[in-house]
Design a protein around this ligand. Structure first.
Ligand SMILES: [Fe+2]
Ligand SMILES: [Fe+2]
Length: 134
């Protein structure tokens, strides 16, 4: 099943929730467009999603650095792996033009990754930040 707003865990830091919500909307749009025939638009939307993720992850890593979070490197590594995964999908599409493989990737790989990542890593840093700043 594709990630939905209702499935997304809510964490303590609003700015992080906002970034996560924006991505849910982008993913839903990419999912719909990939079921059609406009490959050019699919490439554009995937590229924008990757750029959004890079900014999202950089923002989170900055927040972790500000509070000297002890799991900074491990969490950053989770981000790097996800960017590489999305870039691998992008390369695969460039080679095959198989845009119809996108919906199953979004449902089967990205959705469980988001839920797990937000529930564990992002939730942990947001609690830590709230505790540190109060
Ligand atoms: Fe996040
Ligand atoms: Fe994260």
């Amino acid at each position: 099943m594709l990630i939905s707003q209702e499935q997304l865990p809510i964490i303590e830091i609003d700015s992080m929730n906002e970034l996560h919500n924006e991505e849910i909307a982008r993913i839903a749009k990419l999912y719909d467009v990939a079921k059609g025939k406009d490959a050019k638009l699919v490439f554009e939307l995937l590229n924008e999603l990757i750029e959004h993720y890079k900014k999202h992850f950089a923002d989170e890593e900055k927040l972790m650095q500000e509070v000297e979070h002890p799991d900074y490197h491990a969490h950053k590594h989770e981000h790097i792996k996800q960017i590489l995964d999305l870039e691998a999908l992008q390369s695969f599409l460039e080679m095959t033009n198989d845009i119809q493989s996108i919906p199953s990737y979004l449902e089967g790989s990205l959705t469980p990754w988001i839920i797990e990542h937000v529930e564990t890593w992002d939730s942990m840093i947001s609690k830590f930040i709230v505790l540190t700043k109060n």
